[in-house]
Structure formats: structure tokens, C-alpha cells
Ligand binder design. Sequence first.
Ligand code: FEO
Length: 165
Amino acid sequence: MMNPRIEAAFNEQIKFEMESAHLYYQLAGWCAPQGFEGMSRWLLLQKDEELGHAHRFFTHIAARGGLPKIAALAEPKAEIKSALELFREVYRHELLITNRIDVLLDLAHKENDLAGAEFLQWFVREQVEEEEQASRIVLKLERIGPSGAGLVMLDAELGKRGKAA
Ligand code: FEO
């Protein structure tokens, strides 16, 4: 039987991961009409990854006899002024998710839930990657500044995500 405190906390994380997907879906929607098709593609792929993260929690809860719950989601931020502001939002959000994973891991240790702690290790590693990706894009955008040519080049680079080299 699954520890009810872990079950509740993991279910809350399903909501966080789905809200991540929701946010990135909305941000992709901002990019496309601005002509940032590459950024839009990057965010749509990130949205799919976030749904995958939610599903990892879903399957873990179900495998341990718990009940996965799908909650109502908060409306994501849609008012964005620039690509830099957008990716700063992505980076801020990933820091929030990292903090959530740390809290979950701490809880799993306190509750002596070794299976839960082991399951969370994948997310600990994943968040290192997620933060790195977002922070590097922010850095590049800060260096580029308002230069049109630089933005076009970065957009093309981000649009290669998920395509074979
Ligand atoms: Fe599921 Fe981007 O963290």
C-alpha cells in the first residue's frame, strides 16, 4: 500500500507537471505569430516532455496501488513582451519544479519511502538538464539583445530540437 502522504504529494506533482505543459503550450502560442517558429517548436516539444513527466508520476502511483488524480490547472501566463522575458519565465518555472522535486525527495526520506526516493532520482537528474537548457537560452538572449539577426539565428537553432543532425 502506498503511503498516503507520498500519494498526495505525488498527485500534487502531477498537477505541477501538467501546469508546466500548459505554460509551455501557451508560450508556444505566443511565439508562432511573432515569427519565432523555432522557439515555438522547442516549447511544443518541451510541453510533450512535461506531459511525460506527469505520466511518470501517474504510473508510479498506480503501480503502487494508489489513485492517480488529475486536477484542474491554473491558467498560464499569456502576456509576454519578448523572447527574453519568455525564456526567463521558462527558467523561473524550472527552478520552481526543481524545488518541488527536492521537497518530494525530502518527504520520501522522512517517510522512509525507499521506492519513492529511488523513483525521484530520475527527476533529480532531469532537473539539472532542464535548468541548464533554459538558463543557456536566457544567456544567449541576453547577449543577443534586441538584434533582429541574432534572434533569427537563435530561433533557427532552437527549431532544430528533436531533428536528426
Ligand atoms: Fe517536468 Fe521541466 O520539469
